[in-house]
Design a protein around this ligand. Structure first.
Ligand code: MGP
Length: 354
């Protein structure tokens, strides 16, 4: 484990010890002069003095760069804010399974990427973030809970403007730090803000005063911690061994933070119909389908409809509005779902500009 603060401390010690070395050499020179009882007037003495003087002068120190970021962005180096793990022994036991997947999260991890505790367990793996970014290709995307920046970095590959919000100054700093490592920080507008306040304030202004049109909102909110798979045990665990991959309990959108996931969606849909919602793999698809039902302010349809398949959920046969559910696998294992709404749904592209 190596906090950057500690490394800086290490450098401090290094410089101090060089100073000490210089002092020691000067002291040694004096000892030499004393113990040798050199004649003080001879050329020999001069020579001896010069020699010692040569040794006593440490070479001029070049300012050593310690940042993992390019010199122009050193001021954004967030290394002092969180521990930087280089090997497994350094990692607290509860984070080890995430550390083992570090290159999945950031393929450039070894170049200095940083994650805080929440980042370790909630960052979107890079391959999945790239896939989501491809689906969200647009002019301006808003990443409402950017965390340590995995999705925001991916969005720079497919969107002209990326607005990245987070309530945590530390996580926002980590996101910028990571984006600099990927060479894309100048493409992201980092905003320290609570998404709910941001959204309400944005919506309170008349459209012509909103400054910019947000084409797509990406929602990847906190799911309530790493124990989300146990969040709302509504079903008996399956006895079928083939179901080992299937979570035994459904996740209710009511567990989303900071507000009920349906409320969060409803607020967001007032900004744009084009929403990508990153959700647990055990999320209740019934909850997802009701997001576009009339009772929740979405399309008209039957709120009691129970979806029968995970790939596509229709709110109603009488309406064109559909939500598309993408299952995201890594290494053959289902990691999460992204639910696409509005013009992000294949076959519903005409809704994009509405
Ligand atoms: P996981 O199941 O907790 O971890 O999360 P792991 O080790 O990939 O799965 P395991 O079954 O092999 O143990 C899977 C993925 O869900 C993570 O990589 C994150 O991308 C995402 N994720 C997890 N959590 C707890 C959150 C969260 O709170 N919010 C968001 N937005 N994503 C999360």
């Amino acid at each position: 484990m190596g906090r950057r603060g500690k490394n800086v401390g290490g450098l401090g010690r290094f410089l101090t010890s060089l100073d000490d070395l210089g002092a020691a050499l000067v002291a040694k020179k004096e000892m030499l002069l004393n113990s040798l009882e050199l004649p003080t007037t001879s050329a020999h003495s001069e020579l001896e003095h010069d020699k010692v003087e040569d040794v006593a002068q440490p070479p001029p120190l070049k300012k050593r760069r310690t940042s993992v970021l390019p010199a122009s962005d050193e001021k954004y180096d967030a290394s002092a804010l969180v521990p930087r793990y280089a090997s497994e022994e350094d990692v607290p036991s509860h984070l080890r399974k995430y550390f083992a997947q570090r290159y999945r999260y950031f393929s450039r991890y070894d170049e200095g990427c940083l994650l805080d505790e929440e980042g370790w367990y909630s960052v979107t793996p890079e391959a999945i973030a790239d896939q989501i970014a491809e689906r969200c290709r647009c002019d301006t995307v808003l990443d409402a809970f950017c965390g340590v920046g995995g999705n925001a970095i991916a969005f720079t590959k497919t969107c002209n403007r990326v607005i990245a919000l987070d309530t945590s100054p530390v996580r926002l700093a980590l996101a910028r730090h990571n984006a600099i490592i990927y060479g894309v920080a100048d493409r992201i507008e980092f905003i320290l803000a609570d998404y709910l306040s941001f959204a309400r304030s944005y919506l309170s202004r008349p459209p012509k005063d909103r400054g910019r049109v947000v084409d797509v909102v990406f929602l990847s909110p906190p799911w309530g911690g790493p124990s989300y798979l146990l969040a709302s045990p509504t079903k008996e665990p399956s006895k079928n061994p083939l179901d080992a991959e299937t979570p035994s309990s459904e996740y209710s959108l009511s567990n989303i933070l900071p507000i009920h996931g349906a409320e969060l969606f409803r607020l967001t849909r007032q900004i744009t119909r084009n929403v990508a919602y990153f959700l647990p793999r055990n999320v209740s698809l019934q909850d997802v389908s009701t997001l576009i039902s009339p009772s929740t302010g979405g399309s008209t349809g039957d709120p009691d409809m129970i979806p029968t398949q995970r790939t596509e959920v229709e709110a109603s046969s009488s309406t064109p509005e559909r939500v598309e559910v993408e299952e995201e696998y890594l290494g053959g294992k289902l990691k999460a779902l992204t639910c696409y709404f509005g013009g992000l749904v294949q076959g519903q592209e005409d809704m994009f500009e509405e």
